[in-house]
Write a protein that binds this ligand. Structure first.
Ligand code: PLP
Length: 396
């Protein structure tokens, strides 16, 4: 007989890397359940530690367990408390600002007038509803810190390369948990970022480069020299993991509850964390009934938060989107203005790039009737400088 055991009661003997768990996770998501329970002998896991770890990383509350000589049988994910973590407080009362982050999920999914036409309905996931950086990067700031503390103990000093949002999230985590942070920004990023980060108590260092990834080695060397922690969002698997466990799952739940069968999900890529996790989740669950389009800046263009695949990113190579769409900065800003002037919400430039990519696909005839989801990573307030330059250029 297979029994369900709380996942926290079973510990694997060895740590299994996320990359080594991908096939097991893909199979669990593909079958939407587990057909090989964990095998126990004298309360030790003797078989399928990978299933235990894959379920833990996917955020299931229970794991199906059997004794050595018993038969396997299929346990659906819904029986394993798979969705239990995503239960917002209905009246929005929280015990701390940290809870305001993870107990307030899901972030909203809203139907947009600006991108919907006739029988095409476009739904935007608004990541600006995260409390610290008003961006999707709060999720990784929280999870990378949480994972680090669980595995290595407290953080006293933290150094990180950031294009602002991860920095704001980490500075906020430092404020809440009592560590100092030094954040390294590329010269290309808007001036307002220094002020926002300083206001959150962080030290800011500007590097004479246009992309964060051009100086991550220097940040790592500085951290080693000064005995600081460098979580390195570009390589840290907690980045992919938090989006798999929460962002993608939330979106799935929201779509189910609203009866949305999305034909495609469109989103931007920086570290590639959120779109890779969304691709992995939905491609394994729904196969080719769903398309994934990733958005990058056109050659020679800079759009804060996103960059071109060839500049190097980790998780996008684990799980391929169907297509990558190029967008210029001006097109991204036009996307921001289109949404602002039809839907009344001010989104960030990378969100504007996603809106503009959706329109390009629609103009090409790739988008036919049905539901579509766009992921909007942040709010527009950080980008007034770029908007001002655009208005001056256009003479408005
Ligand atoms: N958009 C904005 C505004 C961001 O700050 C980032 C990441 O820094 C992204 C998009 C890209 O997200 P990811 O790093 O998950 O690919």
């Amino acid at each position: 007989m297979v029994v369900l055991v709380p996942i926290k009661d079973l510990k694997p003997k060895k740590k299994i890397e996320l990359k080594d768990l991908l096939d097991t996770m893909a199979s669990i998501l593909g079958k939407w359940g587990v057909d090989k329970p964990v095998v126990l002998k004298e309360n030790e896991v003797v078989e399928r530690e990978d299933v235990l770890e894959a379920l833990r990383k996917l955020g299931a509350r229970y794991v199906p367990v059997k004794r050595e000589d018993e038969q396997d049988y299929f346990t659906p994910l819904d029986h394993l408390g798979f969705y239990d973590e995503i239960k917002p407080s209905p009246l929005r009362v929280f015990n701390s600002t940290l809870e305001l982050l993870y107990k307030n999920w899901p972030t909203p999914l809203v139907r947009l007038n600006s991108l919907s036409t006739g029988k095409i309905r476009v739904w935007a996931k608004l990541e600006a509803y995260n409390p610290f950086s008003n961006s999707i990067k709060d999720r990784i700031g929280w999870y990378m810190v949480k994972r680090y503390i669980e595995e290595h103990g407290e953080i006293k000093k933290l150094y990180e390369a950031t294009s602002t949002n991860t920095g704001m999230a980490l500075a906020a985590m430092g404020a809440i948990m009592g560590f100092s942070s030094r954040l390294y920004l590329p010269a290309s990023i808007q001036k307002a970022s220094d002020i926002l980060l300083k206001a959150l108590g962080a030290e800011v260092v500007r590097k004479p480069k246009s992309l964060t990834i051009e100086f991550i080695d220097e940040v790592q060397a500085d951290a080693e020299r000064d005995g600081a922690v460098n979580l390195n969002q570009f390589e840290n698997d907690a980045n992919f993991e938090v989006h798999l466990r929460y962002t993608a799952k939330e979106l799935d739940l929201q779509m189910q509850s609203a009866g949305i069968r999305a034909k495609a999900i469109i989103g931007g890529i920086g570290t590639s964390g959120h779109m890779s996790a969304i691709t992995f989740y939905f491609k394994n669950k729904l196969r080719n009934t769903i398309k994934i389009y990733a958005v990058q800046p056109a050659p020679g263009e800079t759009i804060p938060g996103i960059r071109r695949v060839e500049t190097g990113m980790k998780w996008i190579h684990w799980t391929k989107p169907d297509r990558i769409v190029d967008v210029t900065r001006d097109e991204a800003i036009e996307g921001v203005l289109r949404v602002a002037r039809r839907d009344g919400i001010l989104i960030g430039l990378s969100s504007g790039a996603v809106a503009s990519a959706f329109q390009k696909l629609a103009e090409e005839g790739v988008i036919d009737e049905g539901d579509y989801v766009v992921v909007f990573p942040d709010h527009g307030f950080k980008y007034v400088e770029q908007l001002q330059v655009f208005f001056e250029k256009k003479g408005v």
